[in-house]
Ligand binder design. Structure first.
Ligand code: HEC
Length: 158
């Protein structure tokens, strides 16, 4: 009798597990739905209107969302270094990411290091803090860099 009961319960457990997995995976696409991710478009830099019509990669969209939250207050929503703190007279000014000369002068690996460790670690001012501790995941910094590269679409690192 005991054995029979056990056998009866196993498939039931199996069905419940399958249902849980299905419910969880059904929620996934909702969390990443187009609507959720589209919020970043409000901050699309001027001059790149055409790009709105094309599908952006997840990396770029994610990068923009993180950028707007953590970097835009100083670097500005369009990356020109004119965020709200800019007016308060930071000297040197936050880097202008829309400047193709800057984009051409830096490799992604350098950008990663300077964002992760902060500008002071590279003999610059201490105004750009080390972001590694806040963002924690290297992928997030890589995503920001993908977004930064869209601000100067034609500039490639030399
Ligand atoms: C409190 C204001 C502030 C915030 C917030 C901020 N930055 Fe900066 N950032 C600066 C300033 C000021 C500089 C210029 C530092 C210098 O040249 O000494 C700078 C410079 C930089 C540079 C250029 C380094 C170089 O070699 O010239 C990068 C890249 C950068 N910031 C990335 C970021 C990213 C990514 C974020 C968000 C995760 C961010 N910053 C948030 C103020 C800020």
């Amino acid at each position: 009798m005991e054995k029979y009961k056990l056998n009866q319960r196993k498939p039931c457990k199996g069905i419940i597990s399958v249902l849980i997995v299905l419910m969880v995976s059904a929620c996934q696409p909702l969390a990443n739905s187009e609507e959720d991710m589209d919020t970043g478009e409000y901050f699309k830099p001027e001059g790149h209107v055409m790009e709105l019509k094309t599908k952006e990669s997840f990396e770029i969209r994610n990068g923009r969302i993180i950028y707007i939250e953590h970097c835009a207050p100083c670097h500005g929503a369009t990356g020109k270094g004119d965020g709200s703190y800019y007016a308060s007279g930071l000297e040197p000014k936050p880097r202008n990411f829309a400047d193709p000369e800057f984009a051409e002068s830096v490799q992604d690996d350098y950008l990663f290091e300077v964002i992760w460790k902060g500008t002071a670690a590279f003999g610059k001012s201490p105004y750009c803090p080390p972001w590694g501790g806040t963002l924690k995941e290297e992928e997030k910094v890589r995503n920001i860099i993908s977004f930064l590269r869209t601000l100067t679409l034609h500039a490639k690192p030399k």
